[in-house]
Design a protein around this ligand. Structure first.
Ligand SMILES: Cc1ncc(COP(=O)(O)O)c(C=O)c1O
Length: 326
């Protein structure tokens, strides 16, 4: 494999604590073999999660200093809103403290007993928020996605035939929405093809079912589309993202992923009436609509990170590092 260099310079480092295998064995035992209970000081190589693990860029740290902390109408919010709109083209942008807060707000309104949410695979917080509302979540992953050892380009796809069968058997009245998770994190971070998203959107449109995207790794998914799907080789990441989001009625996002931020998330929507209901809930749970659960500096860091994540040198480096590890 040809080695590529990291497309960044490292300006700041944080030393890790060295310990011994015996020490780590004892720490694991003391944590009842649950890595979530470990003290991170005891961990030398941390593979717990991909969440919040990216170093922020120098531009993001500069944004932290220039973030405006006004309670309402902060310019940092407007920069954040513009960055999300540029990618999703959705008119409504609602900041939240994490992805799960966006899910909680959306599903509190659209979920409830008797409702079902269909997906390629629901992430655990997504499923938990759906079930907490009294609704049910159903994963309809494609056949390739069920076989970890079998290579295929888009193993995160939803099984569109199974989706159609479900609609035919159960009707549409109980279906709250279809959610496509990109990339499919709980299914091994596998990508979803544009063709699959387009086909799913077509089915949803015919039956009047809303389609949402869980967008945590939207840029990575777009890069896989560029690499692996015919017709996208010469398109930029933002063009691919614009097309991907054009098929959806809304999206939820954890900014701890493809926005390189320490904290944050958002809900973006096309439906103004639903947006009003979401904002009303936001005010009593997260905060005023121009900060959600975030500080102005976080909004600034997310706005910058959303641009930076679409750099193809970064995406190439990210995908190649994983290839190298596997
Ligand atoms: C696909 C997916 N959806 C939602 C979430 C929830 O986001 P957060 O951790 O910001 O609440 C995550 C986080 O890992 C995720 O990977």
């Amino acid at each position: 494999m040809k080695t590529i260099i990291e497309p960044f310079r490292i300006k700041s480092v944080e030393p890790i604590h060295f310990n011994t295998p015996e020490y780590r064995k004892q720490a694991l035992k003391d944590a009842f073999y649950n890595p979530f209970l470990l003290h991170s000081d005891d961990v030398m190589i941390d593979l717990l999660t991909d969440s919040g693990t990216s170093a922020m860029s120098s531009a993001q740290w500069a944004g932290i200093m220039t973030g405006d902390e006004s309670y309402a109408g902060s310019p940092s919010y407007f920069r954040f809103e513009e960055a999300v709109r540029e990618i999703t083209k959705m008119p409504v942008v609602i900041p939240t403290h994490q992805g799960r807060a966006a899910e909680k707000i959306l599903f509190s309104i659209t979920g409830g007993p008797g409702k079902v949410f269909l997906s390629n695979t629901l992430f655990d917080t997504t499923r938990a928020n759906i079930e907490f509302s009294g609704a049910e979540g159903k994963d309809l992953i494609c056949e390739e996605g069920r076989h970890p050892a079998v290579p295929a380009p888009f193993k995160g796809n939803i099984d569109t035939a199974a989706l159609e069968r479900y609609i035919k058997t159960h009707g549409t009245s109980g279906i709250a929405m279809v959610i496509i998770t990109v990339t499919n994190n709980s299914g091994g971070g596998q990508p979803v093809s544009m063709q699959n998203i387009r086909e799913t959107a077509g089915i949803c449109r015919i039956h009047g079912i809303p389609l949402y995207i869980d967008a945590c790794r939207f840029a990575e998914n777009c890069y896989f589309i560029k690499l692996r799907e015919s017709g996208y080789k010469d398109k930029s990441i933002i063009e691919i993202a614009n097309e991907m989001f054009s098929y959806a009625d809304g999206c939820t996002m954890s900014a701890k992923k493809d926005a390189f931020a320490n904290i944050g998330g958002f809900l973006a929507l096309t439906d103004e009436e639903l947006a009003t209901r979401c904002r009303n809930l936001l005010v009593i749970t997260e905060g005023f609509p121009t900060y959600g659960g975030l500080a102005g500096r976080d909004l600034e860091a997310i706005a910058i990170g959303l641009h930076e994540v679409m750099d193809e040198h970064y995406l190439e480096y990210r995908i190649r590092s994983i290839e190298y590890l596997t």
